[in-house]
Design a protein around this ligand. Structure first.
Ligand code: CP
Length: 309
């Protein structure tokens, strides 16, 4: 596919190659492989990590970025999604898009002549999952035999992470409150991928069951942008799902503590926990840059120095 709309657009071997390229680019950050290429960042929601890492990614490979804020684009409001896609395709070489809905992303991809990259939608966050895998690999040196525990909302981050883990043979258990599970189709897809790649994917409701013996404990926000009206209901539903000292103590003693950020201390993660030595949250943030460079080089046909080696 020309696009990355879901992490499942990448085959298992493609994810492994991207991680290897990202590692090479981390060691050799500046290359001129995408000179003359332009990436448009089309964002319907605010961002710190995604915006900065995509802008720097293309710049460090010799290209340039144009950021289009929600007000500037008015996707489907000022102008139809199809027309935005067709206009931008005449100017730029790829689009990194953050939308409220996967449907908008798919429509953009359908009309764009250039690759469209999901920079977070309501259903997936594939670039985050790639950075998370790289972070786990850097700290643990492998995937098979490890157990990743995700505790919290069965949201876009959980879905991409579960599918990415299952693709590389990393055992994964997702624990969510009842009513906040990952979509059933995503659970089926993760189970099928896990079976193919000789690992296990589990979806449970008990956080302790997920975390028991885990090599990494991952959590994410309980209330995303657009869900503010559900604030009270969600806080009640997620009580008991906070990643705190007591929960982490049931994982392996050297378990990584992971979060894509931004974090809400006192909600999904206890105050101070991300300051502990096992926390790798800032590695996760930094690795967004490296995996996205590998992705852009791959999607835009740039040759990396490591490919010639
Ligand atoms: N993790 C993540 O996507 O961060 P931003 O929302 O700041 O881009």
């Amino acid at each position: 596919s020309k696009d990355l709309l879901s992490i499942s657009d990448l085959e298992s071997h493609e994810i492994r190659l991207l991680l290897a390229d990202a590692t090479a680019l981390k060691a050799e950050p500046r290359q001129n492989t995408l000179a003359g290429k332009t990436l448009a960042l089309v964002f319907e929601k605010p961002s710190l990590r995604t915006r900065v890492s995509f802008e720097l990614a293309i710049k460090q490979l010799g290209g340039e970025a144009i950021y289009l804020s929600p007000a500037e684009v008015g996707l489907g409001k000022r102008e139809s999604v199809a027309d935005v896609a067709r206009v931008l395709s005449r100017f730029v070489d790829a689009l990194a898009v953050r939308t409220f809905s996967q449907g908008t992303l798919e429509e953009l991809a359908q009309w764009a002549r250039v690759p469209v990259i999901n920079a977070l939608s309501d259903t997936e966050h594939p670039c985050q999952a790639l950075a998370d895998l790289l972070t786990i690999f850097e700290h643990k040196g492998e995937f098979p035999g490890l157990k990743l525990a995700y505790v919290g909302d069965g949201n876009n981050v959980a879905v991409s992470l579960a599918l990415a883990a299952a693709s590389v043979g990393l055992n994964c258990t997702v624990a969510t409150p009842k009513g906040y599970e990952m979509p059933a189709a995503a659970v089926r897809q993760a189970r099928a991928l896990a079976a193919t790649n000789r690992c296990v994917f589990n979806a449970v409701n008990d956080p302790a069951e997920a975390v028991k013996g885990a090599d990494a404990v991952y959590t994410d926000v309980w209330i995303s942008m657009g869900q503010e009206a559900e604030n009270e209901i969600r806080l009640k539903a997620f009580a008991g799902y906070q990643v705190d000292e007591a929960l982490v103590s049931q994982a392996k003693p050297d378990a990584l503590i992971m979060h894509p950020l931004p974090a809400h201390y006192g909600q999904e993660v206890a105050e101070g926990l991300l300051d502990r030595p096992q926390s790798v949250v800032f590695d996760q943030a930094e690795n967004r840059l490296h995996v996205q460079k590998a992705l852009l080089a791959d999607m835009l046909g740039g040759l990396l120095m490591s490919w010639a080696a």
